[in-house]
Design a protein around this ligand. Structure first.
Ligand code: PMP
Length: 361
């Protein structure tokens, strides 16, 4: 089968078709190089140009200020759950975690292995349906950092505006909404994101880190786990995921061609609105997240019964709408509609939802 279907997967997720086509075209031999990008040294001039271009692309798209370093690491966002506290949680300090969903909970649990961690807010009680207001946060002004998850991929809740954290650096797991909208990078101390939703394939993790944090890093860490190693060696301390970085470079170019993140944000909001309007206009479907906290990336909803949810996902798959089954931990339906997901696919899902309700409602 070569025809592409509508892929609602939460990640690894749909990539822009022009990116796949470019990668396919140049797979056997990069123009003028005569070898695949997977066959060349990460220390070659060709790869150096690719990694520098990927970095410049991200810097440009997100308007990353000069005093921030951009790194391409490995180990996924899950390794960042550990690296952040390893590097920044000193023995005599504590860090604040604002937990708005399953991934934030995992980040918190990992940090607890390395030091004192305070829950500045925990939204578990309501089933992770919303983002807390500033007045609900119990922030410690001298915290080593404050950790948030900008978009909770499983529950479908997203911060619309960063919390105010005073002197404490804000650290964000932005795995599932990086590059989906403009953000004020200068509000953050560190941003990390696995590539496999909005940027490229799995196996590369983007880290954007403010330089003034580097002297705060604890001594004695394993070389590969110390951010300073990767800053010093420009993400080339060891062999990076060359293929992944190559794809990220193509994705950043595609995003620029589309008009940048302002345009993407508008497009993403419009796509999400199609789905949320369909949910709100029906008694049959019930949205998981509170309207103010809804994610523009992962639209989560329930049907009247689990049996109907199963039927919904399997019939949708049969009609070329794949990956709609909610995460195993929460059930329901989840439509992941990252940058590369087309508006037509959202429209097709709305039509399917209407038909399904007519037959089963
Ligand atoms: N954080 C978030 C918000 C995620 O969505 C995911 C993956 N779905 C992770 C962390 C874990 O990422 P990885 O598999 O790259 O470690």
């Amino acid at each position: 089968m070569t025809e592409r279907i509508f892929n609602f997967s939460a990640g690894p997720a749909v990539l822009p078709l022009p990116v796949l086509e470019a990668a396919q075209r140049d797979l056997l031999a990069l123009p003028g190089v005569g070898m695949s990008v997977m066959e060349i040294s990460h220390r070659s001039k060709t790869f150096d140009e690719i990694i520098q271009s990927a970095e410049a692309g991200i810097r440009d798209l997100l308007s990353v200020p000069k005093d921030y370093q951009i790194l391409f690491l490995q180990g996924g966002a899950s390794l960042q759950f550990a690296m952040v506290p390893m590097n920044f949680l000193a023995l005599d300090a504590s860090a604040d975690y604002i937990v708005t969903g399953s991934w934030g909970k995992k980040a918190l649990k990992e940090a607890q292995k390395f030091g004192t961690v305070d829950l500045a807010a925990n939204l578990a009680d309501g089933g992770f349906t919303r983002i807390p207001g500033q007045d609900e946060l119990h922030l410690n002004p001298s915290a080593a950092y404050v950790h948030i998850t900008s978009n909770e991929t499983i529950e479908g809740v997203q911060w619309k505006q960063e919390p105010e954290t005073g002197e404490a650096p804000l650290v964000s797991d932005s795995s599932s909404d990086i590059l989906s909208r403009p953000i004020a990078v200068d509000k953050y101390g560190l941003i990390y994101a696995g590539a496999q939703k909005n940027m490229g394939p799995s196996g590369v993790t983007l880290v954007i880190i403010r330089e003034d944090l580097l002297p705060r890093i604890r001594e004695g860490l394993a070389t590969m786990l110390d951010y300073r190693t990767h800053v010093k060696d420009k993400s080339l301390h060891n062999t990076p995921n060359t293929w992944g970085i190559y794809i990220i470079n193509l994705v950043t170019r595609w995003l620029k061609d589309k008009g940048g993140l302002e345009t993407m944000a508008g497009e993403n909001e419009a796509k999400a609105k199609l789905l949320y309007d369909a949910i709100d206009g029906s008694e049959f479907y019930r949205g998981h997240a509170d309207p103010d906290s809804r994610s523009a990336m992962n639209v989560t909803f329930r049907l009247p019964s689990e049996d109907l949810e199963k039927k919904f996902s399997s019939e949708a798959t049969a009609q070329g709408l794949d990956g709609l089954k909610g995460h195993r931990s929460v059930g329901g339906v989840r439509a992941s509609i990252y940058n590369a997901f087309p508006r037509d696919g959202c429209q097709a899902l709305v039509e399917f939802m209407k038909e399904f309700e007519k037959k089963n409602g």
